[in-house]
Design a protein around this ligand. Structure first.
Ligand SMILES: Cc1cc2nc3c(=O)[nH]c(=O)nc-3n(C[C@H](O)[C@H](O)[C@H](O)COP(=O)(O)OP(=O)(O)OC[C@H]3O[C@@H](n4cnc5c(N)ncnc54)[C@H](O)[C@@H]3O)c2cc1C
Length: 392
């Protein structure tokens, strides 16, 4: 028995290099041209780049092949996400949406009709969607906090309530909304054109603002229920590993790019008669950052590899997401210091990344929720405060 090694398969290396080239040659120049004040790629430019990404074979790579996507596994996506995020508007979507959006994976467990109405068009037409779990009473423990209700009336469900902090609900065709039914939390596909559906932007630290979603007796066909009534949170749990690995890999990519930018600067910038790169404090900051990036990458790759191998990778993915997002936040901050005033200037992407990464430490499993998960595994039942029974 032997370890297969850290080398990537030649086809994956080629795809990674293609992605890196596309980001460097297409997305980064488009972001620069959009100007320092831009908060996202202008619509026309986004459309042009999407067409180019499709033509290059970089479209909806994560969605299953049977629905028109690339069908890539978690490990392949971890490698690609890292490269796809070495640019300014990398959150909440790699490439700023240039590479299309994979449908919410819970929909793959929906009926054939839901696949036809939502999944296939998302890949084919590049639709945006949203996922609405959080409410004003709390996002960390949705099983307790969800108050939105879905009541069965004949062939329909009537959804009533408010969702908080929902990304993309103001620009999506549809979303998956988690609501309380008589059997427990259930998931529904809901079109944003439905009567009684409205959104309100919530200004936050990051440029891509989330929304409050108001559901005023929104009527959806009963077939929009995904899976069984009461199965909503277990369906959502199925997405946790891939979602968290996406965050981890993107954080690794951004941190690596921040190091590259700061290193280029340190090699060139002179103070007190010598380049910054000759100062030990600068060298150590860069060295420590590089070691952290490598550590985060191995955690991410290991979790992705375990997931693809069919193992339960929830704990590994929690560790990777926690470590990588916190590491990237610290790394971008440290690299900003080396860049001086340029580090915080909007001309460079670091200040944008710092704001995005601040949010990344809260969403898709907050750092505290992930630490609780790891602690439960390491410490065991004593985390609940009970002293372990010892044999007499
Ligand atoms: C920009 C943005 C975009 C978002 N997009 C979406 C989206 O698209 N869809 C969606 O459903 N949600 C979304 N969210 C919601 C996000 O998932 C929640 O904000 C997150 O889960 C935390 O929930 P909360 O804000 O209600 O904080 P709370 O649950 O009230 O927790 C407050 C703080 O306490 C910590 N905490 C909680 N319990 C414990 C404990 N036992 N011990 C120690 N610390 C604890 C939490 O980690 C957090 O830091 C988004 C949030 C933001 C800010």
């Amino acid at each position: 028995m032997t370890f297969a090694g850290f080398d990537l398969a030649p086809e994956l290396r080629d795809l990674r290099d293609l992605m890196a080239r596309f980001v460097r040659e297409q997305i980064v120049p488009a972001e620069r041209a959009a100007g320092a004040e831009a908060k996202e790629l202008p619509g026309g430019v986004l459309g042009e780049l999407r067409a180019k990404a499709r033509a290059a074979g970089l479209w909806c790579l994560e969605a299953p092949q049977e629905y028109g996507g690339g069908g890539l596994g978690a490990f392949e996506m971890a490698v690609l996400h890292e490269e796809a995020c070495k640019h300014k508007f990398a959150f909440p979507h790699a490439g700023g949406g240039v590479f299309g959006h994979s449908p919410p994976v819970v929909l793959y467990q929906g009926s054939e009709s839901l696949i036809e109405r939502f999944v296939r068009p998302t890949v084919e037409h590049g639709w945006t969607s949203f996922t609405a779990i959080a409410e004003s009473d709390g996002g960390t423990d949705p099983a307790r906090a969800i108050r939105t209700t879905a009541v069965r009336k004949g062939d329909s469900y009537v959804l009533t309530g408010r969702k908080m902090w929902i990304t993309n609900a103001d620009r999506a065709h549809y979303g998956v909304i988690y609501a309380r039914t008589s059997a427990g939390i259930s998931a529904f596909a809901v079109e944003t054109s439905s009567a009684g559906f409205r959104t309100r932007p919530i200004p936050v630290i990051r440029d891509h603002w989330p929304t409050e979603v108001v559901l005023d007796d929104v009527v959806v066909p009963a077939e929009n229920l995904i899976g069984d009534e009461g199965a909503g949170l277990s369906l959502a749990a199925g997405w946790l590993v891939r979602g968290r690995l996406g965050y981890a890999a993107r954080a690794v990519g951004i941190a690596a790019e921040a190091i590259r930018l700061a290193t280029e600067w340190a090699i060139d910038r002179e103070t007190f008669g010598a380049v910054l790169a000759s100062r030990q404090s600068v060298q150590w900051a860069i060295a420590d950052a590089q070691i952290s990036v490598n550590a985060a990458r191995w955690l991410t790759w290991e979790a992705a590899w375990r997931h693809d191998a069919g193992e339960d990778a929830r704990l590994a993915a929690a560790m990777a997401k926690l470590f990588a997002t916190e590491m990237a936040y610290k790394t971008v901050d440290a690299m900003m210091q080396i860049l001086g005033g340029m580090g915080v200037a909007r001309e460079l992407p670091l200040e944008h990344w710092l704001r995005d990464l601040r949010v990344a430490r809260l969403v898709e499993g907050s750092s505290e929720a992930l630490r609780m998960q790891v602690a439960r595994k390491v410490i065991g039942p004593a985390v609940s405060g009970k002293k372990a029974d010892r044999p007499a």
